[in-house]
Design a binder for this molecule. Sequence first.
Ligand SMILES: NC(=O)c1ccc[n+]([C@@H]2O[C@H](COP(=O)([O-])OP(=O)(O)OC[C@H]3O[C@@H](n4cnc5c(N)ncnc54)[C@H](O)[C@@H]3O)[C@@H](O)[C@H]2O)c1
Ligand SMILES: CC(=O)N[C@@H]1[C@@H](OP(=O)(O)OP(=O)(O)OC[C@H]2O[C@@H](n3ccc(=O)[nH]c3=O)[C@H](O)[C@@H]2O)O[C@H](CO)[C@@H](O)[C@@H]1O
Length: 450
Amino acid sequence: MKQLENIGTKQKNINKICVIGLGYIGLPTASMLANHGYYVVGVDIDEKRVELIKNGELIIDEPGLMTLVKGAINSGNLNVKTEPEEADAFIICVPTPVIHDKNNKDNNKNNNKDNNNETPKCDLTYVLSAVNGIKPYLKDGNLVVIESTIPPKTTEMIYKLIDKNIHMAYCPERVLPGKILKELVENDRIVGGIDEESSELAKEVYKSFVDGDIYLTNSTTAEMVKLMENTFRDVNIALANEFAKVCTEMKVNVWDAINLANKHPRVNILNPGPGVGGHCISIDPWFIVEKSKNAELIKKARELNDNMPKYVCNLIVKEFKKLNINNPKVSIFGVTYKGNVDDTRESPAKKIIECLLSNDFNVSIYDPHAKVFEYPLNKLEDCIKGSDCIIVLTDHDEFKNFEKEDIYEISKLMKHKIVIDTKNILNHNLWKESKFEVKLLGDGTTWNVK
Ligand SMILES: NC(=O)c1ccc[n+]([C@@H]2O[C@H](COP(=O)([O-])OP(=O)(O)OC[C@H]3O[C@@H](n4cnc5c(N)ncnc54)[C@H](O)[C@@H]3O)[C@@H](O)[C@H]2O)c1
Ligand SMILES: CC(=O)N[C@@H]1[C@@H](OP(=O)(O)OP(=O)(O)OC[C@H]2O[C@@H](n3ccc(=O)[nH]c3=O)[C@H](O)[C@@H]2O)O[C@H](CO)[C@@H](O)[C@@H]1O
C-alpha cells in the first residue's frame, strides 16, 4: 500500500475519459464531456442498457437527456461498452445504496442509545467493483474521480487500494433530478483532491462544461459537504413532517400555518409529504450516522421521515374504519419518489401500498411517469373503476393540471368520492365541485381521526 504523500511526476494531458456507470449521473456526465471535446468511453455492466444507449433509446426520463446523448454518439466522441479501456481519466458514477447490517459492530459502538443494531450503512460494493474493474487499465499519472456519494474518508481508503502513481479526487454530483442538464452546467462544484495537484487536474476536466464556480478542497471535506447538503434537506423535511403530525392533532391546516410562518424574514419551512424517497436524501444522511457517534439529530430526522409512510397509512386505515367502508378499494396516484421523474427508488409509495395491502385494502395504481414498479401499473380508467378513494402520493404535473371535466369523468367511475392529497397539489375547489370529499395530509380539519 502506498502513502498519500508518495506521489511522483504525473502526466497532465487529459484527452480520453472513461466514465464508469451510465445511470442518472454517469450518462449525462459522459455525454456532456463528449460534447465538450473529450473522447469518452462510457462503461456500464448492464448489457441491455449499453445496447439501448447505442440505439439512442430513452432509458432515463430526464428532459433533454436523449438529445444530448444522441448528439454525443453521433459526434463520434462517445462510445459506450461493457468493459473499461485505457484512458487518461476515469470517473466513477455507480450506485451507493444502503445495506441494513444487523451485525455491524460499529453501530453498537456508535449508537449506544436507541440502538436496534440495524442502522443502515453505505454499500460500497459497486464502487469497489468499479475500482477493481479499472485497475488493469490504470497507468501512472491517470486521474481517478469518484462522483458516487460516499461516506467520509472513502476516497482516501480507495486511493490506498490502488497500486499505481495516480491522481485522485472526490467530486460530488449535486444535480436535481428533473433539472439535471441545467444544473450540471450551472451549479457550483466542489472538487476534493487527494492532493492539490489532483484537485487542479480534476478542476480542468470540469471546467470544460461547468459555468458555475469550482471550489477546491480535500477529499474528506468534499465527502462531508455532499452529505451535509442532503442532510440539511432531510432534517428540514423531517421538521415539516413533524409539524404536519402536530397540526393534524391540533385540527390546524399545516399548509396555511407554514405559509404564514414563512412570512417571517428568517423562516423557510419546507413541505410535508408522505415520506422522503429517491437514491439520495433518503439514504445519504445514514453515511454520516454510520461514521459518527455525534449524529443524533440526523438519525432522528431520518427515522421520522422513514416513518411517514406508516403514519400516512395508519391515518387512512383509521379514517376508513370511521367511515365504515370495509375492504376499501383505493387508487394510488403516483409511485415515483417525487413529481415528474420516472425513478421509483426508495419511493414512500411502496411502503404505503404494502401497509394498505396488509390492512386488507384493494390497491390499484396509476402513474404517468413510472415505467418499472414492484406492483402492476394501470391506465387511469382501470385504476379508478369502482374505487372508493384516490390517494395522491406524488406531485406530478398531470395531477396538478386535472381540469373540471377530467375530475367529473373520474368521479363517474368511482364508487365513493373521496380524495386524499398528501402533497397539497390538487385544485381542491374543483374536486369539491364534483362532490369529492377532500382530505389533506397535515390539515387536521379534514380528518375524522387524528
Ligand atoms: N440520481 C441522482 O440524482 C444523484 C445525484 C447526485 C449524486 N448521485 C450519486 O451518484 C451515484 C450514481 O447514482 P445514479 O442515480 O446515477 O445511479 P444509477 O443506478 O442510475 O446508475 C448507476 C449505473 O452504474 C452501473 N454499474 C453498477 N456497477 C457497475 C460497475 N462495476 N461498472 C460499470 N457500471 C456499473 C449500473 O448498471 C447503472 O446503470 C450514487 O452514488 C448516487 O448517490 C445521484
Ligand atoms: C440538497 C438537495 O437539494 N439535494 C438534491 C437531492 O435531489 P432529490 O431529487 O432527491 O431531492 P428532493 O427534490 O428534495 O426530493 C427528495 C424527497 O424529499 C421529498 N420532499 C422534498 C422537498 C420537500 O419540501 N418535502 C418533501 O417531502 C420529495 O418528495 C422526495 O421524496 O439529492 C440529489 C442527490 O444527492 C442532489 O444532487 C440534489 O441536489
